[in-house]
Unconditional design. Structure first.
Length: 190
C-alpha cells in the first residue's frame, strides 16, 4: 500500500468539496477545479479532511493509482487556497520580454519576435531583470501563476521550450534557480 495514499488531506475553512461518483469538484477563494478520478480509488469526505481508500487485495495498477489520486487531490486543495507560481529567467544580452495584455512577446535572438499566449486560467507577469548573486545578467523574469499545478508547470515548460538555455554561453530561458552546466568550447591546435 502507498504511504502517500494513506495520508488524509486536511481541508481548510472556506473550501467547498463536492464528490459525485468518480468526479470531484473543489471550490475555494482563488477559484474552482474539477477532475475525474479512476473508479478503483474511493474518495470519502469526512469532517475536515478527505481520505482515499482502495480494497486490501488490489492489483498492482490499482495500488499505483492510490498515491497518485491522493497527490492530485492535495494539489487541487492547495491550488484553490494558495495557488501555484513558477518563475522563469530570460538570460542574454539584448534579450527583451514585453507583456501586451495577456500575451507576452519574446525578442530572444531569433529573426522574429515570438508571441506566447497562455490558457485562460493562467496569468503571466513580466518583471524587469536583475543581476543575480552568481554574476548572471537576467534580462527579465516571467512569473507564471494559476490554480492548476499541471497547467502552470506546462505553461512554464512551453515558455522554456521557446529557447532553452545554451550549454556553451548560458543564454536562453531557464527556471529561476536552475543550474546550467556550461561546457568548455573547442581548443585550437597550435
Amino acid at each position: 500500500m502507498s504511504r502517500i495514499g494513506k495520508k488524509p488531506i486536511t481541508v481548510p475553512a472556506g473550501v467547498e468539496i463536492n464528490i459525485s461518483g468518480h468526479s470531484v469538484s473543489i471550490k475555494g477563494p482563488k477559484g474552482s477545479l474539477r477532475r475525474e478520478f479512476p473508479p478503483e480509488v474511493k474518495i470519502a469526505k469526512e469532517k475536515d479532511h478527505l481520505q482515499c481508500s482502495i480494497p486490501e487485495e488490489s492489483e498492482k495498477p490499482v495500488r499505483a493509482k492510490y498515491g497518485l489520486v491522493r497527490s492530485l487531490l492535495a494539489n487541487m486543495v492547495q491550488g484553490v487556497t494558495k495557488g501555484y507560481t513558477r518563475e522563469l529567467e530570460v538570460v542574454g544580452l539584448g534579450y527583451k520580454v514585453k507583456a501586451e495584455g495577456t500575451k507576452v512577446t519574446f525578442n530572444i535572438g531569433y529573426s522574429h519576435p515570438v508571441t506566447f499566449e497562455p490558457p485562460k486560467d493562467v496569468t503571466l507577469k513580466v518583471e524587469p531583470g536583475v543581476k543575480t548573486p552568481g554574476g548572471l545578467d537576467v534580462a527579465a523574469r516571467v512569473v507564471v501563476t494559476g490554480i492548476d499545478k499541471e497547467k502552470v508547470g506546462q505553461v512554464a515548460a512551453d515558455i522554456r521550450g521557446i529557447k532553452p538555455p545554451c550549454h556553451y554561453k548560458g543564454t536562453g530561458i531557464r527556471y529561476a534557480g536552475e543550474k546550467v552546466r556550461i561546457k568548455e568550447g573547442k581548443k585550437l591546435a597550435a
